[in-house]
Design a protein around this ligand. Structure first.
Ligand code: HEM
Ligand SMILES: CC(C)=CCC/C(C)=C/CC/C(C)=C/COP(=O)(O)OP(=O)(O)O
Length: 290
């Protein structure tokens, strides 16, 4: 019985995409801490716990619903074919029921803090599942430009949990993550372009080619650099926090620019993917520490 439960737990951890959920949670928690600093409010353990739990549960549940809806695509792609649902280690039904329970519990936790935290959680779910997964992912190369705003919701909700409203700082941090999401996925999709093509997912590099995938990533990386600079000028992150976190982003920009001359689009995109994830984690951790 115990091994069965441990096995199920491991499968649910995979369905909830632990690494992605963790970085999303980091953006939300660090926005919360920065919001407290800017608002001059004291740290309140109960509020912090409720906001963190709300985000963890809604993000995990949303990812689980995405996995249920994408199970057919996942079974066709090398990168995702061994996931729990395509491998019949979890049923769609148990995954959907568990995910929806997590989302509802997460939204209630959010409401315990304020309506803004709950609203950002609900928007994250609706944009990820409604706009990205259901409406656009199988139809448009621009799906992630809109779906990325789901990724920005934890940052917005964290800020609102601390300050009591969606302030300029929260909107700027949300925008950073939302725009960064296109860079995050287009670098990955350029590396896995054959996989996405096999599954008929019209990601940018599938529709317009790998070079366009790199060009799109390069352009978005410059926009992310601009938004991160604006956040620095708003006084939300210190100069050393900004400089340290921007280094991997600049490296990604160099990798992408060089590949436009050398033609090694895939491996440059994969290296850029790792760099831009490092940028995101560093930026938010140093935002909260500075
Ligand atoms: C529409 C927005 C997004 C899409 C479509 C997306 C998609 C993906 C995909 C396809 C992967 C690879 C997963 C795998 O191979 O198992 C991934 C990994 C990941 N994502 Fe996202 N993601 C999005 C937003 C975000 C956001 C906003 C964050 C964090 C702020 C994030 C953090 C991560 C992390 C940390 C990983 C693991 C990276 C690694 O394996 O090194 N993602 N994402
Ligand atoms: C507050 C709240 C609920 C926010 C939601 C945050 C969130 C889960 C963002 C991730 C966005 C997303 C669509 C990832 C899955 O992409 P994919 O299906 O293309 O990835 P895959 O190919 O690896 O399955």
């Amino acid at each position: 019985m115990v091994s069965f439960t441990m096995g199920k737990l491991k499968d649910f951890m995979e369905v909830f995409k632990v690494k992605q959920t963790l970085l999303l949670l980091i953006t939300g928690i660090c926005s919360y801490l920065e919001g407290l600093r800017i608002a001059g409010k004291p740290f309140d353990a109960l509020s912090f716990l409720a906001v963190s739990l709300s985000m963890f549960l809604t993000i995990s549940g949303t990812t689980g619903v995405n996995m249920v809806l994408d199970a057919d695509i996942d079974s066709l792609m090398f990168r995702t074919k061994n996931r729990p649902i395509p491998m019949n280690r979890l049923t769609k039904r148990e995954t959907l029921v568990t995910s929806m329970l997590l989302i509802v519990t997460g939204l209630v936790c959010g409401l315990l803090v304020n309506v803004y935290v709950a609203t950002s959680g609900l928007l994250g779910f609706l944009i990820d599942i409604g706009v990205y997964t259901w409406l656009l992912k199988r139809k448009s190369p621009w799906s992630v430009v809109f779906g990325g705003f789901a990724g920005g919701m934890p940052a917005l909700g964290g800020w609102a949990g601390a300050t009591g409203s969606f302030g300029l700082g929260g909107v700027m941090l949300m925008l950073l993550v939302a725009v960064w999401s296109s860079l995050h996925i287009w670098t990955l999709a350029t590396y896995y372009v054959d996989d996405y093509r096999k599954a008929n997912v019209p990601m940018l590099p599938v529709v317009y080619g790998e070079k366009r995938g790199v060009q799109g990533s390069f352009l978005v990386a410059l926009i992310v650099l601009f938004i991160s600079s604006a956040i620095y000028y708003l006084g939300l992150i210190s100069i050393w926090g900004y400089v340290i976190s921007v280094i991997p982003l600049l490296l990604a920009i160099v990798f992408l620019a060089m590949s436009l001359r050398r033609g090694n689009y895939r491996d440059a995109s994969f290296r850029a993917f790792k760099m831009v994830n490092m940028f995101m984690g560093l930026f938010f951790l140093l935002l909260a520490l500075s």
